[in-house]
Design a binder for this molecule. Structure first.
Ligand SMILES: Cc1cc2nc3c(=O)[nH]c(=O)nc-3n(C[C@H](O)[C@H](O)[C@H](O)COP(=O)(O)OP(=O)(O)OC[C@H]3O[C@@H](n4cnc5c(N)ncnc54)[C@H](O)[C@@H]3O)c2cc1C
Length: 387
């Protein structure tokens, strides 16, 4: 049980959080070390998450989602990450990067066709933005889509795509008008597994998030009808910036969850482990580390909640999302590193979870915009504000 203060919750939120906490402890934690070691995507776990209604949290019930607000959604992500970062990442990518944008930007027909299958978890989603030569600089996308009658023909490749090998529904961005800047020149497409000219490769071995799947998407003369354009032609850049704002709040919650997991283990271990005749927690050097961990976690939670509340209130929240993601992911690196230190040599082994959490936390400083990119977003907002 955490010694951290819980944020104020409604009865409904408290029930959901407690259900997810129990599920994560019972189902995710016991397999987290194994799926990390084997780099195995736990498909069966996603089936269970679907049965619990956790794969469409922010989507209205009419579309087979849970109808939750952002504040509730991020609490669930934090709880999942507390036990298994990989599972939380798969859920966050599926929800924030695929289901939510199809719901937000899709037309009626697209919403009806794709959202219920995704929100119910019958199908899994993957979002293809990053390319071999365009990551932070996503406006430098090289994948192209050329109009041919009522169709578009896609050529290019995407890398590091979460859920790629298990997803059925994909969003991918492509340049549709090279004469325009990224804003105006890029379009998002919805793609289905099995489309001719669209293939998926396994990704490379990775440092952390090893139980989360990733892969490469390849488009070779891939023909899709114009009904697969998500939103308007030329709106891709603007739409994925909006999508990433939402995604960043999720990654910030995920980072917070990893830190809470490492903190919980550290508090317990520091009281059990004896050195020089006393529990190591009796040493101020260790107790102060626990204090610093708690401070970082509480601050991150408040920042994440602030961004989520602004989103729910329909207020601008790009800056707050970037602040939350930057702070929470850097905090998670510090907390998980300190957790290993508190565990000493045992922390360096794979059995004690904290080294896995440390490796998983690193993703949070890279995915959905690196820490440097968050600083760009925040400083641009500051400087525009002062104009
Ligand atoms: C586990 C994992 C899962 C992922 N899942 C997905 C996914 O589902 N879909 C998807 O599309 N992508 C995904 N990504 C890709 C991720 O979003 C990119 O790796 C990230 O945006 C960085 O891009 P890059 O790797 O090309 O690095 P680069 O953009 O090449 O950056 C390299 C370094 O340069 C720095 N840098 C770049 N530009 C600037 C600048 N202007 N100022 C200062 N510093 C700068 C960066 O901060 C970084 O430190 C995933 C990545 C990981 C690790």
């Amino acid at each position: 049980m955490t010694t951290l203060a819980d944020l104020t919750l409604t009865d409904e939120q408290a029930m959901l959080v407690s259900m997810v906490r129990e599920f994560a402890q019972k189902e995710l934690l016991p397999q987290a070390v194994a799926i990390d070691r084997e780099a195995r995507f736990p498909r069966e776990t996603f089936q269970k998450l679907a049965e619990l209604g956790l794969l469409g949290l922010p989507i209205p019930e009419e579309f087979e989602g849970a109808g939750c607000d952002t504040v509730t959604t991020i609490m669930v992500i934090e709880e999942l990450a507390r036990c298994c970062g990989s599972t939380a990442l798969g859920v966050a990518a599926h929800t924030s990067l695929v289901t939510a944008p199809i719901f937000m930007f899709g037309n009626d027909e697209q919403r009806r066709k794709y959202v219920p299958d995704l929100a119910s978890g019958r199908k899994l989603g993957a979002f293809g933005l990053t390319e071999p030569n365009a990551g932070s600089d996503a406006g430098g996308t090289q994948t192209t889509a050329v109009r041919d009658g009522d169709d578009w023909i896609l050529n290019g490749a995407k890398i590091f795509i979460t859920n790629a090998n298990y997803a059925d529904t994909f969003i991918a961005t492509a340049v549709t008008d090279a004469s325009l800047p990224a804003k105006g020149g890029i379009t998002s497409f919805i793609l289905e597994r099995g489309t001719a000219g669209f293939s998926i490769n396994k990704g490379d071995e990775k440092l952390g998030m090893r139980g989360s799947d990733w892969g490469e998407l390849h488009f070779q003369e891939c023909r899709v009808p114009s009904s697969q354009v998500l939103g308007e032609v030329g709106q891709g850049f603007t739409n994925f910036m909006v999508t990433l704002d939402g995604g960043r709040v999720g990654i910030a919650a995920l980072a917070t969850g990893l830190a809470v997991g490492a903190y919980d283990l550290s508090v317990a271990y520091a009281q059990e482990r004896q050195a020089f005749g006393k529990p190591i927690a009796a040493k101020q050097a260790i107790a102060f580390k626990l204090a610093d961990m708690a401070v970082g976690i509480e601050a991150a939670r408040l920042l994440v909640r602030n961004a989520a509340e602004r989103r729910d209130a329909g207020k601008p929240y790009s800056r707050e999302a970037a602040i939350a993601k930057l702070f929470a992911s850097e905090m998670a690196m510090d907390v998980t590193s300190d957790a290993i230190q508190i565990h000493g040599g045992y922390g360096f082994t794979t059995e004690y979870h904290v080294e896995r959490m440390y490796r998983d936390a690193k993703l949070c400083t890279i995915g959905e915009g690196t820490s440097e990119v968050q600083r760009i977003v925040i400083s641009r907002d500051i400087l525009n504000d002062s104009d």
